[in-house]
Design a protein around this ligand. Structure first.
Ligand SMILES: Nc1nc2c(ncn2[C@@H]2O[C@H](COP(=O)(O)OP(=O)(O)OP(=O)(O)O)[C@@H](O)[C@H]2O)c(=O)[nH]1
Length: 459
C-alpha cells in the first residue's frame, strides 16, 4: 500500500538491534585488529630470533675458524724447518696471544705429541700417541685434503671439555716424494674457545639458548653451553659450522608466557570497547527514537497516524507558495464522513475508532505522492492536492475518494456503510490559507445539504 506524505514511519525495529550489531561489528573488527597485531608481532619476533641465532652461530664459527687456523700456521713452520720448529715454545707462546680461543699448540711428529705449549699445564699430553691402536693406512689422510680435522666435543686429557684441531703435515724428501710427517695440533678448551661469541648476552635480551655437539668418542650428544634459564616456548635452531663438523645452536624466547596474558588483556579490551560502543549506540538510538516520537506526537494524529492540523497548515503554506507561479493548481478538500455518529452510538466508540482508521487507509490509497491527507478532528479530514494540471485531474481523485468512503467496512462481523461529503476550494492568487480552508468547509456543508455522498466545488 502506498502512503504518500500521510504517515510517519514509526520506528518498528527494536532499540537493541542496532546496538547489538554495533557491538558485534566492533568486537569483530577489534578481534581482527588484535589477531593481525599479534600475528605481526609473532612474525617480527620470529624474524628477530632467526636473525639472532644466525648471528651467534656465525660468531662461534668465526672464532673456531680463526683458532683452528693456528694449525696451518704451525704447518708452515714445520715445512720451513723441514720437520723441525726452532724455538717452538717462544713462537707458540707468541701465537697463543694471536689466536684467541686456542688453549694449547702442539707438534706431533709421526702422531706422537712431543712439544706442547703452555708446557707446564699440558705435560700430561706429552708423549701421547694419537695413532695408537689405529690402522695408520686408514687414519692418515692424503696430502690433497690439507684440512684441519675437528675433533670434539671431547673430554681433554687435561681435564676440561674441549676439542682438538689436527692438521696432517706431509713433507717431500730429496727425491720430491711426499711422506707423512705428523700432526700440528690446536687444543680448544670450552667455554674459552667461543668466548668472543658472548652467548651469555642472549639471556640479557630475554632468550634462552643451548649449544650441543656429538662427541666423536662416545657418539653421544654433549651439552657444550647453555643459559641458566631453561628453554621454553618456540625454539629456533641453527647448525653451527665448527671446522669440518657441525654443532647445533638452539634459541628460545623466555617471555613466551606473556603471550597468553597479552591475548587475554587484548580480548578484555576488545570486549569492553565493544560493550561501550554498543551502549553508546543504544543511548543514541533511544535519544533519536524519543525525539522522533515527540515530533510524531506533535505533528501526527495518534489514532490514524495521519498528519494533524498543525502539519497540514505548514504543508498547505508550502503548497500555496509553490502554486503562486501559476504552473500548477492546488485544491483544498474538506471531507466529513456521513452518518458516523450512528456507528459510535450503535456499535461503540471503539468501533468508530476502527472505522476512522480504515477510512484513513482507504483515502490514503486514493492519493498521489504529492498529495497530503490530514485528520482535521472528529470525522473530518482535509486533503491538499498539489501540482494539479487540470480540474479534471482533481475530479478523478475526488471520485476515487467518494467511492472508497462508501465501500462497506466489516466491524465485529457486521458490514457497516458510511459515505463522505467533500467541499473543494481551488487556490487563486490573493487568497490566503485560512480563507481557502473556510471556502472548502463551506462547500462541504453545501454537499451535506445537497444530500451527502458527493463533492461540491466552492464558487
Ligand atoms: N469513535 C470516535 N468518535 C469520535 C472521535 N472524535 C469525534 N467523534 C465523534 O464523531 C461524531 C461526529 O459527529 P457528526 O459529524 O455530527 O456525526 P455524523 O453522524 O457524521 O453527522 P453528519 O456529518 O451530519 O453525517 C461525534 O459523535 C463525535 O463524538 C474519535 O476520535 N473517535
Amino acid at each position: 500500500m502506498r502512503l504518500p506524505l500521510m504517515f510517519t514511519a514509526h520506528p518498528t525495529s527494536p532499540t537493541w538491534r542496532l546496538p547489538i550489531i554495533v557491538f558485534l561489528l566492533t568486537a569483530m573488527v577489534g578481534g581482527w585488529i588484535c589477531f593481525k597485531t599479534e600475528s605481526n608481532r609473532r612474525e617480527i619476533e620470529m624474524a628477530r630470533a632467526n636473525q639472532l641465532v644466525s648471528s651467534y652461530a656465525t660468531a662461534i664459527t668465526r672464532q673456531f675458524d680463526h683458532a683452528l687456523s693456528a694449525a696451518n700456521a704451525l704447518a708452515v713452520m714445520v715445512h720451513q724447518g723441514k720437520g723441525r720448529v726452532a724455538e717452538f715454545p717462544r713462537l707458540a707462546k707468541y701465537m697463543l696471544n694471536m689466536y684467541k680461543g686456542a688453549y694449547a699448540l702442539s707438534l706431533a711428529p709421526d702422531g706422537v705429541v712431543q712439544q706442547i705449549e703452555p708446557a707446564a699445564s699440558n705435560s700430561c699430553v706429552n708423549g701421547h700417541n694419537m695413532l695408537a691402536g689405529m690402522d695408520r693406512a686408514t687414519l692418515i689422510p692424503t696430502m690433497d685434503q690439507n684440512v684441519v680435522e675437528f675433533y670434539g666435543p671431547i673430554r681433554l686429557l687435561q681435564g676440561p671439555m674441549g676439542a682438538i684441531g689436527k692438521l696432517p703435515v706431509f713433507l717431500k724428501n730429496a727425491e720430491g716424494k711426499a711422506h707423512f710427517w705428523g700432526y700440528t695440533l690446536v687444543t680448544l678448551k670450552f667455554p674459552d674457545a667461543f668466548s668472543d661469541a658472548h652467548l651469555e648476552n642472549m639471556e640479557a635480551r630475554g632468550y634462552s639458548y643451548r649449544l650441543t655437539g656429538r662427541n666423536p668418542q662416545t657418539s653421544r650428544v654433549e651439552l657444550i653451553s647453555a643459559s641458566r634459564k631453561p628453554m621454553q616456548g618456540r625454539i629456533y635452531t641453527r647448525q653451527v659450522k665448527v671446522g669440518n663438523d657441525e654443532w647445533t645452536l638452539e634459541v628460545s624466547k623466555k617471555d613466551d608466557w606473556q603471550n597468553g596474558t597479552r591475548t587475554l588483556v587484548a580480548a578484555v579490551i576488545v570486549i569492553i570497547s565493544s560493550l561501550c560502543m554498543g551502549w553508546f549506540t543504544y543511548v543514541l538510538v533511544a535519544v533519536v527514537r524519543s525525539r522522533k516520537e515527540l515530533q510524531s506526537i506533535a505533528q501526527y494524529d495518534a489514532l490514524t497516524g495521519l498528519p494533524n492540523r498543525r502539519l497540514l497548515e505548514s504543508h498547505l503554506k508550502h503548497a500555496i507558495a509553490g502554486a503562486a507561479n501559476g504552473e500548477h493548481q492546488v485544491a483544498v478538500c474538506f471531507l466529513d464522513l456521513d452518518g458516523f455518529k450512528e456507528i459510535n452510538d450503535s456499535l461503540g466508540h471503539a468501533a468508530g475508532d476502527y472505522l476512522l482508521q480504515q477510512m484513513s487507509l482507504r483515502l490514503s490509497n486514493c492519493m498521489r505522492t504529492t498529495d497530503m491527507l490530514a485528520r482535521f478532528g472528529g470525522d473530518e479530514f482535509v486533503v491538499v492536492l498539489s501540482e494539479l494540471h487540470s480540474i479534471d485531474e482533481c475530479e478523478k481523485i475526488l471520485a476515487r475518494m467518494i467511492n472508497a468512503a462508501q465501500e462497506p467496512v466489516e466491524i465485529n462481523g457486521k458490514q457497516v456503510v458510511v459515505s463522505a461529503s467533500i467541499g473543494v476550494a481551488m487556490y487563486q492568487p490573493g487568497i490566503g490559507r485560512d480563507e481557502l480552508m473556510q471556502r472548502a468547509d463551506a462547500a462541504m456543508y453545501q454537499a451535506k445539504q445537497l444530500g451527502k455522498n458527493k463533492y461540491v466545488f466552492a464558487d
